[in-house]
Design a protein around this ligand. Structure first.
Ligand SMILES: N[C@@H](CCC(=O)N[C@@H](CS)C(=O)NCC(=O)O)C(=O)O
Ligand code: FES
Length: 237
């Protein structure tokens, strides 16, 4: 089954309710500016064409032009996958790891086939485990800061920043035509607090390039004053 590109909320509602039946539905949230989304989009399309996935409905949603839908699912980073059935979220996955996505898809297919008998329960491990050690959180952060060559940790989303400092840095990145992934730290307090330690920086926004912390808004502004091609030079390194 091919990927269905969602163009508006009414179409989305129809495909996920009246037309959905008992089908497993995959929502793939992406943006045109996030580099990891490009590759993942191709993988997603190939997966959707596999005969074993003929009963699965694959939807593709541009999180920027469908901000109401993205809000509904509290999408705080792209690429992001939500697997739903009969109006229930079974699993969610953040990031562009095809293997992880395929595993999750298989788990959900099994869950539906077995009607839940031996399969993981919906939402089983989407919440962070309690008592996660600092080492585990830092391992998660290492992955997260490397989720895209340029990663912005901000308050809100690029289309709806929730603070002027974050808004300014989004503006600067766009002005310099830098493609970036983002993470909305307001959605995850554990990440918000531990990233301060991880980066040894007390505030947001925080910008990472190639997995290395570059600074907050003022530092990035200064870096651009020193070198107008700061982004090009740092990304290429
Ligand atoms: N001058 C700072 C401005 C950023 C800032 O002061 N951020 C504050 C308010 S948005 C912050 O993140 N505080 C910690 C928090 O909210 O967790 C910069 O250059 O980035
Ligand atoms: S949220 Fe208050 S200054 Fe950023």
């Amino acid at each position: 089954m091919a990927v269905h590109q969602i163009t508006n909320q009414d179409e989305f509602t129809r495909l996920t309710t009246t037309d959905a039946g008992d089908k497993l539905i995959v929502l793939y949230f992406h943006t045109i500016w996030a580099e990891p989304c490009k590759q993942m989009g191709e993988v997603y399309s190939a997966i959707s064409d596999e005969p074993s996935n003929k009963d699965v409905s694959f939807l593709s949603i541009d999180a920027d032009s469908n901000s109401e839908i993205a809000e509904l699912f509290e999408i705080s980073a792209v690429p992001y996958f939500v697997l739903i059935q009969k109006g229930t979220i079974l699993k969610e996955l953040s990031g562009a790891d095809p293997k992880e996505f395929i595993n999750l898809l298989d788990e959900c297919k099994k869950f539906i086939e077995n009607k839940g008998a031996n399969a993981p329960k919906p939402e089983e491990d989407t919440e962070e485990a309690e008592g996660e050690s600092e080492e585990e959180v830092f391992a998660r952060l290492t992955k997260l800061v490397n989720a895209a060559p340029v990663m912005l940790f901000m308050k809100g989303t690029p289309s709806e920043p929730k603070c002027g400092f974050s808004r300014q840095l989004v503006g600067i990145l766009r002005e310099h035509q830098v493609r970036f992934g983002f993470f909305d730290i307001l959605r995850d307090d554990a990440i918000r607090q531990s990233l301060k330690k991880f980066s040894d920086w007390p505030t947001f926004p925080q910008l990472y390039i190639n997995g290395e912390f570059q600074g907050g808004l003022d530092i990035i502004k200064e870096s651009l004053e020193d070198d107008t091609e700061f982004f090009q030079h740092t990304i290429q390194q």
